[in-house]
Design a protein around this ligand. Structure first.
Ligand SMILES: [Zn+2]
Ligand SMILES: [Zn+2]
Length: 342
């Protein structure tokens, strides 16, 4: 089968032939339909320090995908051939304390497809059946392909109660915009987003945020006046990894404000910790998706009318992967997806 492969410890990817994945007794084989390009894939493509220390070639990359189940292992009972699925790309051990307590997103032995294990930028991908999320209501393969980043957004946005709150989202990449949309859908009063890209701010505005701030010229406090807020933001969603964004967020929160952080900083960050203490702020790190409560929330958010298709701005055939990766790397668009249907 065709797959996008990191063939050597150097920049670049190769569309090449590899053997179809084998299916163990508890696995399902999925014919891949559409895939999303993630920041992780950009690191692996560009072969930066993180990639060099976490990834071993050869590896089929990619972890955001949708597809149809074409084969099931002998012990699989919960997934059937023909099911439309998205994939949870984090494979957990099932044996550590958190796994056994049902907190699988906190597994200390997590391995990821497309990072440590062969991934989904391929014609077929194999997964443990419990990692296949079966869609029980009709869904486009494009939207189903971005359930992984949508899940990051849902996990972050729903980390704290949202009803009636004023929310600041720093970072208007696809996940930031999705988190803003989820916040609005979940009953937030005002949702403000900030970014450095005019195109991304315009996209966020078109998808329903109340105020999009250009972080080069405006501070979060400016939103207080424009929206008639008097006491600061109740909930902060940090999606950028930027030290400036986190510092500005901390200084614009109300007393008792709660901050969920998904954005991954490249280095250590210094913050005004006295404000965290004196204003009794809560800061919570977020990683991945809760298995599988976040997935349940994603499906019911869509069933209750949330339309996330607008965050997909660029579509390519998998054979044009270099253009697709360049579009994702530009930092100005929404979600970039690649088609694997021939
Ligand atoms: Zn991802
Ligand atoms: Zn575990």
């Amino acid at each position: 089968m065709k797959a996008l492969v990191k063939t050597a410890a150097e920049p670049g990817l190769e569309l090449t032939d590899v053997p179809e994945p084998s299916v163990g007794p508890g696995d399902v084989l999925i014919k891949v339909k559409q895939t999303g390009i993630c920041g992780t894939d950009l690191h692996i493509h560009g072969w930066d320090d993180w990639a060099a220390s976490h990834v071993q070639a050869p590896l089929v990359v990619g972890h955001e995908f949708s597809g149809v189940v074409v084969e099931i292992g002998s012990s699989v009972t919960d997934v059937a051939v023909g099911d439309v699925v998205s994939g949870e790309g984090h494979l957990v051990c099932g044996r550590c304390r958190n796994c056994r307590a049902g907190r699988r997103h906190l597994c200390i032995n997590t391995r990821g497809i497309g990072v440590q294990l062969d991934g989904a930028f391929a014609e077929y991908v194999a997964l443990p059946s419990q990692n296949a999320w079966v869609h029980t209501t009709p869904i486009g393969f494009d939207v189903a392909a971005i359930f992984d980043p949508f899940g990051n957004a849902v996990h972050t946005a729903l980390a704290f109660p949202m009803l009636g709150e004023d929310v600041l989202v720093t970072g208007a990449g696809p996940i930031g915009i999705l988190a803003a949309m989820v916040s609005k859908h979940a009953g937030a009063r005002n949702v403000v987003i900030s970014d450095l890209s005019e195109q991304r701010l315009a996209l966020a505005s078109s998808l329903g945020v109340d105020l999009a701030l250009d972080a080069r010229t405006a501070k979060p406090q400016d939103a207080h006046d424009q929206l008639g807020m008097t006491e600061g933001f109740d909930v902060g969603l940090e999606m950028s990894g930027s030290p400036v964004a986190l510092r500005d967020m901390i200084s614009s929160m109300t007393h008792g404000g709660r901050i969920a952080v998904l954005g991954l900083p490249a280095d250590e960050i210094s913050i005004d910790f006295a404000t965290v203490v004196l204003n009794m702020l809560t800061i919570k790190g977020i990683y991945g998706r809760e298995m599988f409560e976040t997935w349940y929330a994603m499906s019911v958010l869509l069933q209750s009318g949330l339309d996330i298709s607008g965050v997909i701005t660029d579509r390519f055939d998998h054979t044009d992967y270099e253009q697709a990766f360049a579009a994702a790397r530009s930092g100005h668009g929404g979600k970039v997806i690649m088609n694997w249907e021939s």
